[in-house]
Design a protein around this ligand. Structure first.
Ligand SMILES: Nc1ncnc2c1ncn2[C@@H]1O[C@H](COP(=O)(O)OP(=O)(O)O)[C@@H](O)[C@H]1O
Ligand SMILES: [Mg+2]
Length: 244
């Protein structure tokens, strides 16, 4: 569903993303982890069709983002790292606004919005102004809004920042359920424990380059570690950076 080929982005002399090659299949949760400045957000913005690559290709559901951007973007639910919310709208109004952007039909909207509000534990807050929401509630509303058009692919940049443990659990459970129903999830995160128990496969990006990728077990093997957590694997691979 996602296929990146030699994807590269330069900002002047800074190579933010360097010849990235990776694929994610339907129903897979792919965790994209790496230190600050590694190139995660730049990659995600290119995948969402927001930022043009310097070179390389992005294929989304078989469509080339450079050639069929409108069709490719329809397949994606996109959650940026710093989402924009209209504080003076109610939660329901914000969902309606998002649904209009995604061309969701009016007659299916209400049912879908109710279902999502319930799933994300926001039903009681549907008619309250967004400005009254806590950070976690805003985050959940943003994720709900990206699911209104039933995207086949969900791309999320750092969704768990500032969420309390129960909200993290809620979001994780929803992502797992989406993947079980064949939605492809690409998620960047700093929080290694989340990647560890959510993602089927993990890619480690460091200085714009994919240093290693695989299941947690495969990464442990690559890093030559036995019973280690992802944190140790991550630190070992980033330090040595001699893989792939
Ligand atoms: N608009 C920009 N102009 C110049 N350099 C940028 C810009 N955006 C990101 N960078 C640089 O590209 C690199 C990757 O950044 P980013 O993709 O935001 O990393 P991450 O999301 O992994 O923290 C960093 O060195 C960053 O300073
Ligand atoms: Mg980032």
């Amino acid at each position: 569903m996602i296929n990146l080929q030699e994807l590269t982005k330069d900002y002047g002399t800074v190579v933010a993303v360097n010849k990235l090659n990776l694929s994610v299949s339907a129903g897979e949760i792919y965790g994209f982890i790496g230190p600050n400045g590694a190139g995660k957000t730049t990659t995600i913005r290119m995948m969402g069709g927001i930022l043009a690559p310097t070179s390389g290709k992005i294929i989304i559901g078989g469509l080339d983002m450079a050639q069929k951007p409108a069709e490719a973007k329809k397949l994606i639910g996109f959650i940026p790292d710093r989402p924009f919310l209209y504080e003076k709208l109610t939660g329901m109004e914000f969902l309606q606004f998002s649904a209009d952007l995604y061309n969701v039909k009016r007659d299916t909207f209400l049912e879908k919005a109710q279902k999502l509000l319930q799933q994300f534990d926001l039903l009681d807050w549907a008619d309250e102004l967004v400005e009254a929401y806590s950070h976690g509630m805003k985050q959940r509303l943003i994720i709900a809004s990206a699911l209104l058009h039933d995207p086949q692919i969900l791309i999320i940049d750092e969704p768990m920042v500032g969420l309390d443990p129960s909200a993290v659990r809620l979001v994780k459970d929803i992502l797992k359920e989406l993947a079980a129903h064949q939605t492809t999830v690409f998620i960047s995160t700093h929080t290694l424990s989340i990647a560890e128990d959510l993602c089927h496969r993990i890619g480690l990006i460091h200085k714009g380059t994919l240093s290693a990728q695989g299941t947690l077990d495969e990464l442990k093997h690559i890093a030559n570690l036995g019973e280690a957590g992802l944190e140790e694997v991550f630190l070992t691979i980033i330090k040595e950076n001699t893989f792939i």
